[in-house]
Ligand binder design. Structure first.
Ligand code: APR
Length: 179
């Protein structure tokens, strides 16, 4: 499914984030930036050791990456040129500022792409795996944050690469509601 908001194409696909040919892809990282499972594991595997080396350089400068913040590395061996690593919140019932932190993760990733002149970016469904954020709530936060950002700033494309048919359907339903 895809729609146009301003000049930006907003698209939802089922697929593997590591295979996306947008200029940047977003990693669902953790605060250590030292890799993990899920999206994080897939990106480090596909991107190769260069990505971890660059993450370690970032750690040496600023420590890790706080929840809701974002940092940028190259794409290593992948087709994409950049990986924007962001850290979503762990869901713990919704009373620990999780919604704002997830919003921040999307906003700061988009803002970092803008600062680097990146014109197309792919997101996974941040925080809805190991971090257990309910996917319908997360999809609404993700799509609302992206919509508000691209109403003010033009990308060529913002894409969501959802790993399962079920996740894609949730995002498609929410997209219909928020646009
Ligand atoms: N491409 C696209 N989506 C994927 C992929 C992939 N290759 N692999 C997993 N997903 C989906 C999951 O199905 C889930 O819907 O991405 C979503 C996010 O899942 P996680 O990767 O578990 O990310 P998150 O919930 O944000 O947890 C982050 O997990 O891997 C660790 O180091 C990471 O500690 C961090 C935590």
């Amino acid at each position: 499914m895809e729609t146009k908001i301003g000049k930006t194409k907003l698209s939802l696909i089922q697929g593997d984030i590591t295979l996306q040919d947008t200029e940047a892809i977003v990693n669902a990282a953790n605060t250590s930036l030292l890799g993990g499972g899920g999206v994080d594991g897939a990106i480090h595997r596909a991107g190769g050791p260069k990505i971890l080396e660059e993450c370690k350089e970032i750690r040496a400068k600023q420590g890790g990456c706080p929840t809701g913040e974002a940092v940028i590395t190259s794409g290593g061996n992948m087709a994409t040129r950049y990986v924007i690593h962001t850290v979503g919140p762990v869901w713990s019932g919704g009373n620990r500022d999780e919604k704002q932190l997830l919003r921040n993760a999307y906003y700061n990733s988009l803002n970092l792409a803008k600062e680097n002149g990146i014109k197309s970016i792919s997101f996974p469904s941040i925080s809805t795996g190991v971090y257990r954020f309910p996917i319908d709530k997360a999809a609404r936060i993700a799509l609302t944050t992206v919509k508000e950002f691209i109403e003010e700033y033009d990308f060529v494309e913002v894409r969501f690469a959802l790993f399962s048919e079920r996740d894609l359907k949730v995002y498609e339903e929410v997209l219909k509601e928020v646009t």
